[in-house]
Design a protein around this ligand. Structure first.
Ligand SMILES: Nc1ncnc2c1ncn2[C@@H]1O[C@H](COP(=O)(O)OP(=O)(O)O)[C@@H](O)[C@H]1O
Ligand SMILES: [Mg+2]
Length: 269
């Protein structure tokens, strides 16, 4: 396993946010955590990236126990995060924001910058524009691009589709598939469960600080309880517009950057 969290308990003061969560992510996978507001998804990602402390349990990465490793060292070890709410630097240009993602590296970031611009042509067009003046979707792309600049082995994404128009949501999901196809393991937190389950290999359902289900993502798409609670209760066919992202087989063959670029042509400018 590339990443393993083992029975972690995390508190905010006296309040237990995570009550024994275990999740594992294998090299090359897209794993998604779904669940309602307050279930503990963000806290789980923050604990992996070192922004929250464990009360008990362990986080293991690449075979090492990193439970006590400071966050900046986890970035160097290969854990990249695009945080909830994006967290870009509004007064810095797009390019400066991207370069911030590589600040801890000693070698040149030119190759990663070129790759980020290839993955997100919109960012290349706007490289000199202030981050804070970008649209919501563009800021999300910037946050993901910045996280990729550190060449992470695993990319943690916290609700990347939040607040985006449907076409942009689809584009972000296509880009996640492409990032994975290029070799980055992804742990994806989403409230948009339908689309998350369509691109993920495996999924965990969180409820009030616990894992209540873990299964291949395709199985959860067909699970009546999951459908009722997280997918609007509808059966596959009548989900209007929500299922534009094609499902991806284990080799991750669909959802290319080209497809993402094409769909971008249709967005408002
Ligand atoms: N900064 C905080 N202070 C106190 N409680 C928090 C804080 N952040 C989150 N919580 C609580 O922890 C639980 C899990 O929250 P969170 O991980 O943000 O859930 P999710 O991302 O699934 O919506 C919730 O009960 C939430 O109210
Ligand atoms: Mg959250």
């Amino acid at each position: 396993m590339l990443l393993e969290i083992d029975d972690i308990h995390v508190h905010y003061g006296k309040i237990a946010a995570l009550k024994g969560i275990s999740v594992s992510v294998d090299q090359g996978e897209i794993v998604t955590l779904i669940g309602a507001n307050g279930a503990g998804k963000t806290t789980t990602l923050k604990t992996i990236s070192g922004l929250r402390n464990l009360s008990s349990g362990a986080v293991r990465f690449d075979g090492k126990d990193i439970s006590r490793m400071p966050g900046h060292k986890r970035v160097l070890a290969g854990i990249g995060q695009a945080p909830e709410g994006r967290g870009i630097f509004p007064g810095m240009t797009v390019e400066e924001n991207l370069l911030m993602g590589a600040y801890a590296r000693k070698d040149s970031a030119a190759k990663e910058l070129a790759e980020a611009y290839e993955l997100f042509p919109r960012l290349a067009e706007r490289r000199s524009q202030a981050g804070g003046t970008m649209s919501g979707g563009e800021q999300q792309m910037l946050a993901i691009g910045r996280a990729l600049m550190a060449k992470p082995k695993v990319l943690l994404l916290d609700e990347p589709s939040m607040g985006l128009a449907p076409m942009l949501v689809q584009q972000i999901f296509s880009i996640i598939v492409e990032i994975n196809r290029r070799g980055t393991t992804v742990l994806l937190v989403e409230q948009n469960a339908q689309q998350a389950l369509q691109i993920a290999h495996r999924a965990y359902v969180l409820e009030t600080g616990r894992v209540v289900k873990a299964a291949p993502a395709g199985e959860l798409l067909d699970d009546p309880q999951v459908r009722a609670a997280y997918l609007g209760g509808a059966s596959g066919d009548d989900l209007t517009g929500a299922s534009d992202v094609q499902s991806v087989d284990a080799a991750g063959t669909s959802g290319t950057a080209e497809a993402a670029d094409d769909s971008e042509e249709g967005t408002s400018r």
